[in-house]
Every structure is written in C-alpha cells, then in structure tokens.
Design a protein around this ligand. Structure first.
Ligand SMILES: Nc1ncnc2c1ncn2[C@@H]1O[C@H](COP(=O)(O)OP(=O)(O)OP(=O)(O)O)[C@@H](O)[C@H]1O
Length: 621
C-alpha cells in the first residue's frame, strides 16, 4: 500500500513553527509600539481607579455621604458647563497618561566610585605597555582619561570585572604572542586571579575584549548521550565554543549542554586520541567514559599500565575483548591488535578491488585503550622485552581505514617518553588538570584562548581536535563503580551503561555450592598455615569468601612456576592467542580470556598479573 505523505506541518513542522513563532513575535512587537499610548492611558486609568477606591475605603463612614454629594455636584457642574464633558474627558485622559507613565528609575549612568577606581588603576597599569614617547595624541598616558581607553565594561555583584573592552594604539604589536601574553598576564592579575578569562584580540579594530568565564558544570553524570555512530562525547564546554547542544538528563531535570564531540572512523581527520594529565586528574575516568560509549557500537581492548584496577567493571562485558594489567598480557593483546588491523586492511582492500562493501567484521569499530604505557615501557626495558608502544604503530598508522581507534592516556610529565608514532598520530588531544600555558601549548599544539587556573575540579581540562580551536572541557563523572568513594547515584549511572557479562570475568569462577565452598576454605586455611602465612589470615578475614578462594589460587600459582627451570620456561609456547570476537553473521563467543591468560602465565611465570600490576604501581610511584 502506498504510504501517504505526512501533513506538511509534521514533515517540516520544525522550520515552519520556528518561522511562525518569529512572525508572531514581530507582529506583537509592532503592535506594542503602535498601541503604546493606549496602553499607558489604560494603565493610568487603572491606577486612578485604584487610588479612588483606596480614598473611598479610607474615608470614615459618616463622611462618605458628604463626599458622594461633592462628587455628584462636580459631575452636575461639568455636565452643565458648555463643553464641560469634553473638557473633563481631556483632563481625565491627561491625568491617566501622567499616572500611567513608566516609572522604573533609569539605571545609574557610569560607574560608581569603587568601579571608577578599578578602571583608573587598570588604565594606569596599562600605560607602560601601550604608550609611546613620541605619540602626539597618546591614548594611554599617566593621568590620562580612561574613558577613551575602555569603551565598554561591566562589573559583577562583587564589584569585579565581568566584561571589559580595551582600545589599544595601532602601534602595539598585537601580532606577537609574547606581547599579547604580557598584557593577558597583567589583566589576569588586575582583574582577579582564580577566575578564567577569555581574551579576544580584534587586530583590525585594535580592540581587546576580556570576558570572565563561568565554571563548567561538574554535576553531569555518565549517561547515554544522543550521538550518531562514530561520535564520542569527550565532555562539555562553553556555549560559544561549539554550535551544538546535547539534551541531557540530570535527575528529574532536563537541560541542553554544549558538548565536545570527537568523530572517529574512516572519515575522521583525527582518528586517535591522546589524553594527558597529572595523576588523579581524571584521565582514567575519561577513558572509562569513552569506553562506555564505544561499547554501544564496537569492541574494546583495554591495556592498563596503571595497575589500579580502574577498568575492573568492564572485565568480561559483552564487547570487551580483554582487560590486561600485566606486561605479557599487554604484549599479547597488542600483537593481536596489530595483526587484526592488518587483517582488516587486507579484507577492506580486497572488498574494494572486488567492488563490494567491506565485510562486517572489518567494519565493526575496534577500540584499543592504553592507559599509562610508560609504565609498561619501563618494565619491558628492565626485562629486555619489546616496548608495547611499538606494537601500536600499525593500529595508529592504518587504524582509520580499518576502523581501529587508539586511545592513549599518559601522565603529562611523561609526554617525552611516548613513542613517535603515538605523538604523530594522536591528533585529538586532551589535557586534564592544572597545567601551565607552556605545557598546554606543547601538548595541544596551540595555547588555550583562556587563562589556565591552578585549582580545577577532577575531569576539568582542555581539548583540541586536530587543528581546531582549544576548548575548555569538563568530563562527565564516570567513576569506577567498584570504588568505595563513589556516590550511589554515579555508581548506578555507570552500572546502567555496562553491557551484560557474557564471559566469566578474569579470575571469577562459577558459583560454588556452599558445602564445597566451606571445604575449599578449610583447605585454604591449612595451606596458609603450612606456608607460615598465619598473619595473613587477619587481613583475609576482612575479605569475602570468594576473595579468599581467589587468594588461595594465586598463592598456588606463585608456588608452581618457582619450581620450573628457566630452560623449561623457554620451551613453553609463547605464541599469542588472539582473542578474536567475530562480528559477522555467525557470532562466536569471545574466545575467552583463558587462552591468552594461560599463555601469559606460562611466558611470565614469576610475575602473575596482580604481581605485575603491583610492580608497575611501585615502579611508577
Ligand atoms: N569528570 C569527573 N567528575 C567527577 N569526578 C571525577 C572526574 N574525573 C575524575 N574524578 C574523580 O577523581 C579521582 C581521580 O580520577 P582518576 O582515577 O580517573 O584519575 P587518574 O588521572 O586516572 O589518576 P591515576 O593516574 O592516579 O589513576 C577519582 O576519585 C574520580 O572519581
């Protein structure tokens, strides 16, 4: 059956409604202008009537008769006098017009004393920078008129500058970064530190505009953002920075907030991301936020050099191929990722040559997250093994065509330790936490247009996509749900976004019947006694049952490899076992973590995952 088109109001209703609203607003404005005298007279009549009513109610009852008589006499006289009614109407209208006039007191013109004082002292401070000895008509001179130099200004309730336009002489070298920076430093100091300012230099008009920026919202929790496939929300920024807003829910409330959206995939010009920041500034949180968004359309591989278990909530989730915390696991996974990128490239090229669409398993986005690669590089160098960063070359170079995206997070001071490939190919950059203008320029490739401040909340920083502008950024709160310090609302928000677990998490076991569990626990305790680890029992009491069992298993693991000779170790297969998750029509369950884990345990006998993780943390601390 042929489908009937929607009524026009529904198909392009948005534009029509907007136009109609605009027309209605214009008509209302014009009508208000034309009818202004009538409105004033009506308002005046209302006020006169109210005054008459008040007078009547205030008059004592015994005098009301006399008042009524007086009013009636006046009406009679007016009626009898020639042109009396006409004159009375004119007088009444005039009185109403006078009473109905707009009585809002005009805003006081010009600044008050303290504001004038501020403007004058700022003017005097600028004189050495903007004056020239041989200038015949100086705009800036000691004791000169600040009114000419500051054509517009605004103060906040605390009496500090909120907005300021500064005129400067044409001879000022506004094209030189150092000259501008000098002025910006001075203005930041004079206008009050601890606030963020945006400086807009209008070189054509010789104007500098200074705006104080409001703090970015820190109360936005993780949630399903309304974005297209291939779009990732890094965080939120100023409304002037971007042309789009995202509808968000905040408890019961709904609001629109301007996002910083990063586009990945085949058409992206900045297909990989580098996140930098001081420890504790929220880099892992940003990676977790991106991972939760990426999981809707793709598969993830997470390699965590921080070793603090920040990604434990993702282990075994549908779409999460692996979460690696040890060096061997990291190397194995990244080797697989490099091979998978090559496989995808070949598949895509073959499909193109045959004039067909690339196969689904070469198009499904694959995300590689590498948190703190520097820690692994250090370990690998100490152990004489390959630097995991070198395995990122292929995904970084060819990832775009193969729908492979790399996200690297590193500490700001370790920027130089990152490999060339990482630095060259991560054209999307984020810096979180306090950073100097020089550090920001080195990391982002351009200075921010706003003044960095020393005290910022976690998740606050700057983002730059390719050669675009530097945006202020606040990452949505996406805490580790297993962290005790996480609030219940934020924990639930993250848990709601996690896909179901399809494979047992690494180290997890199927629920053990209660009896069997008790037997295992007895076994464990006797084993600990044998090992002379009785003091450990105190600590273990605090853990729940499963944790105890897990610990026992790790102890067993620690014992076994120690018995092997190094020759035996070399004989063991170190062959990587790729954890492929096929995404074509016949999905195969994630080739569970077990295989690579076993390979990892075999190839790295003296350092099982947790030990390696602790070592990494110790190395880096
Ligand atoms: N956007 C955010 N909103 C609210 N809290 C945040 C945000 N980002 C981080 N935090 C909080 O700040 C703390 C540190 O965050 P996170 O662990 O992500 O930092 P990090 O830079 O990875 O630090 P480290 O390198 O020490 O792991 C955590 O308690 C986290 O909940």
């Amino acid at each position: 059956m042929a489908r009937r088109p929607l009524p026009r109001i529904l198909s392009n209703g948005g534009a029509q409604l907007a136009r109609s609203r605009e027309l209605a607003r214009t008509a209302a404005d014009s009508a208000t202008d034309v009818l202004q005298p009538l409105i004033t007279i009506a308002r005046g009549l209302r006020r006169l009537a109210a005054a008459a009513r008040r007078r009547w109610s205030e008059t004592p009852k015994d005098r009301r008769g006399a008042l009524l008589f007086l009013a009636a006499s006046v009406v009679l006289v007016v009626a009898l006098v020639p042109y009396g009614p006409l004159l009375a109407a004119v007088v009444l209208m005039a009185a109403a017009a006078w009473q109905g006039r707009d009585r809002t007191p005009p805003a006081p013109e010009g600044p008050d004393d303290s504001q004038s004082q501020r403007l004058r002292s700022l003017y005097e401070a600028l004189v050495p920078y903007f004056s020239l000895a041989e200038d015949p008509d100086p705009l800036y001179a000691h004791g000169g008129a600040w009114e000419r130099a500051f054509p517009a200004y605004d103060f906040d309730d605390a009496g500090r500058f909120a907005h300021l336009v500064i005129r400067y002489p044409a001879h000022f070298t506004d094209g030189e970064a150092e000259a501008r920076t000098r002025i910006e430093h001075l203005l930041t100091a004079k206008a009050g530190r601890g606030r963020e300012y945006r400086f807009t230099w209008n070189e054509e008009a010789n104007h500098l505009t200074v705006d104080v920026l409001a703090a970015l919202p820190t109360d936005i929790a993780a949630q399903r953002f309304v974005t297209a496939p291939g779009e990732t929300v890094l965080g939120f920024t100023d409304p002037t920075g971007v042309q789009r807003t995202l509808p968000l829910t905040h408890g019961e409330e709904k609001r629109d907030v301007p996002p910083v959206v990063w586009r990945t995939g085949v058409r992206s010009t900045e297909p990989h991301l580098l996140v930098l920041g001081q420890p504790g500034t929220g880099t892992s949180t940003l990676l977790r936020s991106i991972a939760l968004q990426a999981l809707h359309h793709g598969d993830l591989l997470i390699v965590d050099g921080g070793g603090t278990g920040e990604y434990a909530c993702l282990v075994g989730r549908d779409g999460v191929l692996a979460v690696e915390c040890g060096l061997t696991g990291a190397l194995t996974s990244l080797e697989w990722a490099a091979a998978e990128t090559e496989r995808r490239l070949i598949a895509v090229n073959r499909a193109r040559q045959e004039g067909e669409a690339p196969p689904e398993d070469a198009r499904r986005p694959l995300w590689i997250f590498l948190d703190r690669p520097g820690a692994f590089s250090h370990l690998a160098a100490a152990d004489g093994r390959r630097d995991p960063q070198s395995l990122l070359q292929v995904p970084l170079r060819h990832g775009r065509a193969a729908s492979v995206t790399v996200v690297v997070a590193e500490q700001l001071d370790a920027l130089d330790g990152l490999g060339d490939a990482v630095r060259q190919h991560t054209r999307a950059r984020v810096v979180l936490g306090p950073a100097t203008a020089e550090e920001l320029t080195a990391a982002l490739g351009a200075p921010p247009r706003t003044t960095p401040v020393d005290q910022v909340p976690p998740g606050r920083g700057y983002a730059r996509l390719g050669t675009g502008p530097v945006h202020r950024l606040q990452v949505p709160a996406t805490p580790d749900p297993y962290d005790d310090a996480t609030s219940e609302a934020h924990r639930q928000a993250v848990l709601d976004l996690l896909p179901p677990r399809t494979t047992p998490a690494d180290g997890e076991r199927a629920p053990v019947p209660v009896e069997a569990e008790a037997v295992r626990e007895r076994e464990m305790e006797s084993k600990l006694q044998e090992l002379g680890k009785l003091d450990e029992l105190d600590k273990l009491e605090k853990l729940d049952e499963l944790d105890k069992l897990e610990k026992l298993e790790r102890l067993e693991k620690l014992e076994k490899p120690a018995e092997k000779t190094s020759a035996e170790k070399e004989e063991e297969p170190a062959e990587p076992a790729p954890k492929t998750r096929r995404t074509d029509a016949e999905p195969v369950a994630v080739a569970a973590e077990a295989a690579p884990r076993e390979a990892a345990a075999a190839a790295e006998p003296a350092a099982p995952e947790t030990v390696a993780a602790k070592a990494v943390a110790a190395e880096s601390s």
